[in-house]
Design a binder for this molecule. Structure first.
Ligand code: ADP
Ligand code: NI
Length: 216
């Protein structure tokens, strides 16, 4: 297959599908994940084509926007890559990553079967922390009509994907329920190193936010 052609076509496809999104899942999120994933793949020795295709297609149809349907993204990716005559084994590897990649609650194990999967999951998680991650959380919370913060609503610990999906908590709670946990869940050493500064920045933000909340 002509790797460059397939990747360029896929970029155009994803741009067109995710372009106008305002929930934190727009093309620019995908682009950042794609850029970070390439960097990690390079450092970790992962296959660049599988990594890039999985990064580009990982949010093509997120369950949060398709009535909780987790299979939609895989189906779209499969059909898309099939239309470009990408070899079956590459399609299978990419689709497995799309199926497994997302965060499913603090208490749910989400191990990735391949190095390429670990790299893409790390890249996606790096984009959920730091300055961009903070902005995305509030964009998503606003989109969902969530309160920014409510001291009367303590964060929860989600034991199952069902619980995580059903959560209606505040955006600040999401920091405790997901964002602050991500640093400890990076798969690769390269991502662990990148997560350090983003994590610290996220913690500092939270500290300031809670101080200002009390007019401190
Ligand atoms: P990903 O791109 O990893 O699939 P998600 O789909 O889990 O990320 O979420 C997209 C963005 O919205 C992320 O930055 C995430 O932290 C944020 N987000 C997800 N759920 C919530 C929530 N309940 N409250 C606030 N932000 C959320
Ligand atoms: Ni994502």
């Amino acid at each position: 297959m002509d790797n460059e052609f397939v990747i360029n076509q896929t970029i155009a496809f994803v741009k067109q599908r995710l372009g106008g999104d305002t929930t934190g899942h727009d093309w620019w999120h995908t682009r950042r994940v794609w850029l970070i994933a390439q960097k990690l793949a390079d450092e970790e020795g992962a296959d660049p084509v599988v990594t890039q295709l999985a990064a580009l297609l990982h949010d093509i149809a997120d369950w949060k926007f398709h009535a909780g349907d987790e299979t939609k993204g895989v189906a779209i990716a499969q059909q898309w890559l099939g239309s470009l005559a990408v070899p079956e084994d590459v399609i299978d590897q990419v689709c497995q990553i799309i199926r497994d990649v997302s965060f499913k609650g603090a208490g749910v194990e989400t191990g990735m079967a391949t190095l390429e999967g670990r790299v893409v999951q790390d890249a996606d998680r790096l984009d959920a922390i730091g300055a961009i991650g903070i902005a995305r959380a509030f964009a998503y919370g606003g989109h969902k009509g969530r309160e920014m913060h409510n001291p009367a609503m303590p964060p929860g610990y989600h034991e199952s994907f069902e619980q995580y999906k059903a959560s209606q908590g505040t955006t600040i709670n999401h920091f405790y329920e997901k964002l602050l946990l991500l640093k400890h869940r990076m798969n690769t050493d390269s991502a662990k190193a990148m997560a350090e500064e983003r994590h610290r920045y996220t913690e500092d933000f939270l500290k300031k936010f809670l101080q200002e909340w009390e007019a401190d």
